[in-house]
Each structure stands twice: as C-alpha cells, then as structure tokens.
Design a protein around this ligand. Structure first.
Ligand code: AMP
Ligand code: MG
Length: 403
C-alpha cells in the first residue's frame, strides 16, 4: 500500500500533467488575497523614492555631529514635505520618521541622544555616516521585478503591488472543486434528521477546506447509494476541475463510488493509502476532471482532503504544490498505536515550554468531529513506530485554519 508521502507525489505528478494552461482573471488588488499571480509586477520608481529617515531626530552631517558639539537647528522636515534645500554646514534640521533627508545631510541622530537649548542642539554620542537613513533606491530600482508569476498573494505581496501602483492584478482563476457527499443516511443541514439519519456536515467542512486551499467550492446535492443517482450527480461534478466525493469508498455492499466512476470511464491512480483515518481514499481521473473519493467519516474526510486534495488544488491554482507543513514537537504523554499505518491523531500543540509539546486528545475515532474542535493539529504517528515515549520528538500537522 502507498505511503501518504508517495500518494501525495502521485497526486502532484498527475495534477501537473493534467493542469495545462490555467485561465486568468484581472482582479482589483484588494480582492486578490489567496490567488496565484499570473503576471510579472515591476516597480514604477526607486524604493525608497528619496533618502528616508527611519527615526525622529536631527538630520546632520555625520562628521559635524560629534559628542559635545552643538549645531544650530534651522527648522524641521516632516513626512511628505518637499525637500530641496541643502543642509548648510554647521547646522542641523529636525526631521521626522519617513521624511526625506535633505541634500548634504548623511545621517539622522535620534532625538533621544541629543539635548536642545533654544535652537542649539548638542549631541551625546559619535555619529556615523548613513545612520538612520535608508538611501534612495536601495530596496529596489525602477523597473525591478517586484512580484513574479506563480507567487501566492498574501498580505505582504498585496502590499507590494499596492506600493508600486499595480491596482489590478492578473491572477489565475481559482480551480472549481465540486463537492459531492454520498449516503442514504445523509440529509441536508436545513432538514431535521430522522432518528437514523445524519446531517451533511462533510459538504460544509469540505467547502471550507476548499476555500482555505485556494479553490472555489461547488457543493452538489447529496447522492443516494444507488447507481443511477450517483451517476447523475457525478456527471454534474465532472463539469468542474476537481470532483471530491465523500463516502461510499469502503468495502460495504453500498459503497458504489469506485465502480460507478469506473463505469463512467475513470482511471484510478490509487485506491488505498497506508494511513488511519483515511485508508480507502481513491484518486483518479475521469474525462477532464481529477477525482478524489474520500472516506465519509468526517475526520477521515478532513485528513484525506488536507493530505491529498490540497496538492491538486495548488497545482490547478497555477502554483507549485505546497509542502506538507509538518512541525516538530515533544510528545507530552507516551503513546501506543498499531503498526503498519501512519496515524493522524487529533492533538493539541502548546508553546508554553521552550520546545513545543503535543498532547494526543481522547477521541472516539474518525466520526468524532467534536474532538477536533479541541485540536489545533494532527499528531503524526509513523507506520513503523508502535510506541513513543513521553519527550520523544514527533511530527505534527498544524490546523492553520484555527492557529
Ligand atoms: P462511508 O464512508 O460512506 O462508509 O461513511 C462512513 C461514515 O461517515 C458513516 O457513519 C456516515 O454516516 C458518515 N458520513 C458519510 N457521509 C457523511 C456526510 N456527508 N456528513 C457527515 N457524515 C457522513
Ligand atoms: Mg456511505
């Protein structure tokens, strides 16, 4: 059986060969968070555009502003002021953070290290040329590449675009991800379930995970465990870039997803991964759509989407697949698990001590989403480690949606 790492690589490889040229869309910079940039953004001028003071203080000639020396202060410059007159020898000028340092001045002395008496300013410390001044053009020259295509747009990237005047950004369209829950027992969340029915929480959690991953969720109506209904709903899902199904991939008599997909022409790249929860995960391609059949137990659905579907969303978003963001932590209490499968256990990471510590949480197995509301990560127990002692180093997969 495939390890989860090998299964992820397989997804990435198939998604790469499937991706083709991704469509683009022009977006206002303030709407582009989480999109992948599809163009090059260049700087429109030098950064900083003038010699900028980084402190409130006095602009000086460094050679003159030495301990015990007094210079006459000839006014002030605040941020935004036009500066053209040079600083006269033997003088200084009061200057604010973000203001332009006048020609002739080569340093700014912090106000804390000066004394003022009328317009005479005395300096406490030696001054070095360049101190507290960011020279014009030292962050970027005009025409430099500020942002490259393929970059994921976070808040800093959006700020750079805004800074250089790129108010509209050509981005890759988010991949559309159809979400299809299956099961005769599953009812819409707007209905009161019968005594043996359950509400469709998977469509809600999957839509949230799709959004977090950078995709556009397209929720479909739940499919019954019947070939005709399943085929019709899968048909709808095949209009999108990715189809994610929940449920119906185990060994039960009514687990029909794989056989129905096969009947519709799907080819499969794997139908099991050596993990718990999530072992019966199916990944394939049907016509022009990448298809994931995720086990229906809610925690299995969550874990397997994170592990296997996110790389496909990444690639169809126009970016490289992000690495799995595993962190290292010390195990808080000893742990015993069956060997053979890599386990992903709901767990709580805390940063009270020097080394982060992780506590496995009590849970009732992969149907227990309540346990997950206390978890901020999954503790990863490798397939070949049956027992782990307290204090041993382990990997954890953070839940960045709540951290
Ligand atoms: P399955 O993978 O179809 O065998 O489903 C496994 C378990 O997950 C069953 O207990 C289902 O009731 C539950 N389940 C399946 N689909 C959903 C869903 N959409 N929302 C919440 N629980 C589900
Ligand atoms: Mg089912």
């Amino acid at each position: 059986m495939l390890s989860f790492a090998d299964a992820r690589q397989l997804v990435a490889r198939q998604a790469q060969s499937h991706a083709g040229v991704r469509p683009t869309i022009a977006l206002p910079v303030s709407d582009a968070l989480g999109h992948i940039l599809a163009q090059e953004i260049r700087t429109d001028r030098e950064y900083p555009p003038f010699n900028r003071s980084t402190r409130d203080g006095y602009a000086v000639r460094a050679s003159e502003a030495q301990p015990g020396v007094s210079l006459r202060c000839l006014g002030e410059i605040k941020a935004g002021d036009t500066v053209s007159d040079p600083l006269h020898p033997g003088t200084c000028i009061q200057i604010m953070t973000g203001a332009a340092v006048p020609p002739g001045a080569d340093a700014v002395v912090m106000i804390e290290f000066t004394h003022r008496n009328g317009d005479a300013v005395t300096f406490d410390r030696a001054t070095e040329s360049g101190q507290n001044v960011i020279p014009q053009g030292c962050e970027a020259r005009s025409g430099d590449i500020a942002l490259k295509p393929g970059l994921r747009l976070g808040y800093a990237e959006l700020a750079v675009a805004a800074q250089v005047g790129a108010t509209s950004l050509l981005c890759h369209k988010k991949p559309r991800v159809a979400i299809l829950s299956t099961g005769d027992e599953v009812v819409p969340i707007t209905e009161t379930p019968g005594p043996f029915h359950i509400r469709n929480s998977n469509t809600v959690s999957l839509a949230a995970q799709v959004r977090l991953a950078g995709g556009e969720p397209v929720p479909l109506v739940n499919a019954l465990d019947r070939v005709d209904d399943l085929s019709a709903k899968i048909e709808q899902g095949l209009r999108e870039d990715i189809l994610v199904l929940s449920g119906g991939v185990s060994m039960g008599k009514y687990d029909l997803v794989e056989s129905v997909l096969k009947g519709m022409g799907a080819e499969f790249f794997f139908d099991a991964v050596a993990i718990r929860p999530g072992k019966p995960t199916v990944f394939g391609r049907c016509r022009n759509t990448l298809v994931f059949g995720l086990p229906g137990n809610p925690v299995s659905t969550m874990v397997t989407f994170q592990l296997f579907s996110v790389p496909a969303v990444d690639i169809l978003s126009g970016s490289l697949p992000r690495p799995l963001p595993l962190l290292q932590a010390a195990l808080a209490e000893p742990l015993q698990e069956k060997p053979g499968l890599t386990h992903f256990l709901p767990a709580r990471l805390d940063w009270d001590s020097l080394v982060p510590r992780v506590h496995a949480l009590r849970w009732q197995g992969s149907g227990d989403i309540s346990a997950l509301t206390h978890a901020n990560c999954f503790l990863v127990v490798p397939a070949d480690r049956q027992s782990i002692a307290a204090g041993d180093r382990v990997s954890v997969l953070p839940r960045f949606d709540v951290l």
